[in-house]
Design a protein. Structure first.
Length: 160
């Protein structure tokens, strides 16, 4: 069964998926390959709601591969996507403080995050709104504030 990593932007979902297995799925990258453009440009043209639908479709399809999956931070925003996660028994929430995440988001030049351009307060509101979904959908919650990706991966392997 795939381990599905959930959590806010900057939590380290992709890095941890990679630490779990050289063969892993980064949902955002799969989506970008499928749509042949960046997520940021897709957001601009079609909007967030449409992106959430696409995200859920790609998650459902990638689950068949039985590999660790790093989701995008907003996967929990759409009810259908939450239902899909709820049926799954290996959902792991990488939980970190907003201040830690915000620092990482600001310092990550490799990722263009369309939702991060509206400033700290708007982003924090998203974080607060999503927290309860991350918590209730997860079968395992790991506080990742001060852990390396290897430590987190080990924790997940021991739990599985
Ligand atoms: C999003 C998070 C991003 C990406 C998109 C939207 C979000 O993924 O899917 O920019 O709504 O939190 P990461 O969590 O990998 O940054």
């Amino acid at each position: 069964m795939s381990v599905i990593l959930i959590g806010f932007m900057g939590a380290g979902k992709s890095t941890v998926a990679k630490a779990l297995s050289a063969d892993y799925i980064d949902l955002d990258r799969v989506i970008e390959r499928q749509i042949q453009r960046s997520i940021a440009s897709y957001f601009e043209e079609f909007g967030e709601a449409q992106f959430r639908v696409l995200e859920g479709e790609v998650l459902a399809e990638q689950l068949k591969k039985n590999l660790p999956i790093a989701t995008g931070g907003g996967i929990v925003e759409r009810i259908e996507n939450r239902k899909l996660l709820k049926q799954h028994m290996q959902v792991v929430y990488l939980k970190a403080d907003f201040s830690v995440l915000f620092d990482r988001i600001l310092n990550d030049a490799t990722h263009v995050r369309p939702l991060a351009k509206n400033g700290e307060a708007v982003l924090k509101a998203r974080y607060l709104a999503r927290e309860k979904y991350y918590e209730t959908l997860a079968n395992l919650v790991i506080n990742v504030n001060q852990k390396t990706p290897e430590e987190i991966a080990r924790h997940i392997r021991e739990w599985q």
